[in-house]
Design a protein. Structure first.
Length: 224
């Protein structure tokens, strides 16, 4: 996904030089498993499939040591908001990079967890710094197909976020009508704020508590 503004935002966040090559790849959360009790979302955050830009990211070429210290998972790369969760585990496999994400407790976060479980929110976006890339060789062309134009062979993972795209508007609307997700939460998750929805009962929305991520990568609740 070519998004210069988002790339610049990620560079500033991670204090990278202006000439750093930052890649952002968005895709549908696949093979997703949600444990509502433990608040853990498990799924593939980066696949080895050819994306819309014609790129393939090699999982074992992704250096995750930087992210191992960061751990914070945001909603849609919004750094002005508290992270919606923390990463509990990353694993690289032949078909992609898998992540276990703990979704913290909070008004929006509770709704987000339900939306992910119901398939209403299905997007993720991984940000990384490209170190080495080149066109596919003959074996890779045969493996990935004619659509592959570039193979990202080495990169440093910076972050990943849960995102509203791709989305399932019908499922999200159903969650709103059931009272599982508030109108404000649905709009933040990417549903257009239509006139009709302004009349739906959204209940009382309390401000989310402030949080910090401790040295172990877990989230501490801070009364504020």
């Amino acid at each position: 996904m070519h998004n210069p503004q988002l790339a610049d935002r990620i560079k500033r966040r991670h204090e990278l030089p202006d000439d750093a090559r930052v890649g952002i790849k968005s895709a549908k959360l696949i093979n997703t498993d949600v444990d509502m009790t433990k608040r853990i979302v498990q799924g593939v955050i980066s696949t080895i499939m050819v994306d819309m830009d014609g790129d393939v990211v090699l999982p074992f070429g992704m250096d995750t040591t930087y992210f191992d210290d960061v751990k914070a998972v945001y909603w849609n790369h919004d750094y002005n908001q508290i992270p919606v969760g923390t990463n509990r585990n990353l694993s690289k496999r032949h078909d992609g990079i898998y992540a276990n994400t703990y979704i913290r407790k909070g008004v929006f976060e509770d709704e987000l967890l339900s939306a992910i479980a119901e398939g209403a929110v299905r997007g993720q976006s991984i940000g990384f710094r490209t170190l080495e890339c080149s066109p596919p060789d003959n074996a890779e062309k045969k493996s990935f197909g004619d659509g592959c134009r570039n193979v990202i062979r080495k990169a440093v993972m910076l972050e990943y976020s849960i995102t509203p795209m791709p989305a399932n508007p019908g499922a999200l609307i159903e969650l709103v009508t059931k009272g599982v997700v508030s109108r404000e939460g649905a709009v933040r998750m990417g549903l257009p704020d239509t006139v009709r929805r302004k009349f739906w009962d959204t209940g009382t929305v309390r401000p989310a508590p402030a949080v910090i991520i401790d040295e172990t990568g877990d989230i501490e609740m801070v009364v504020g």
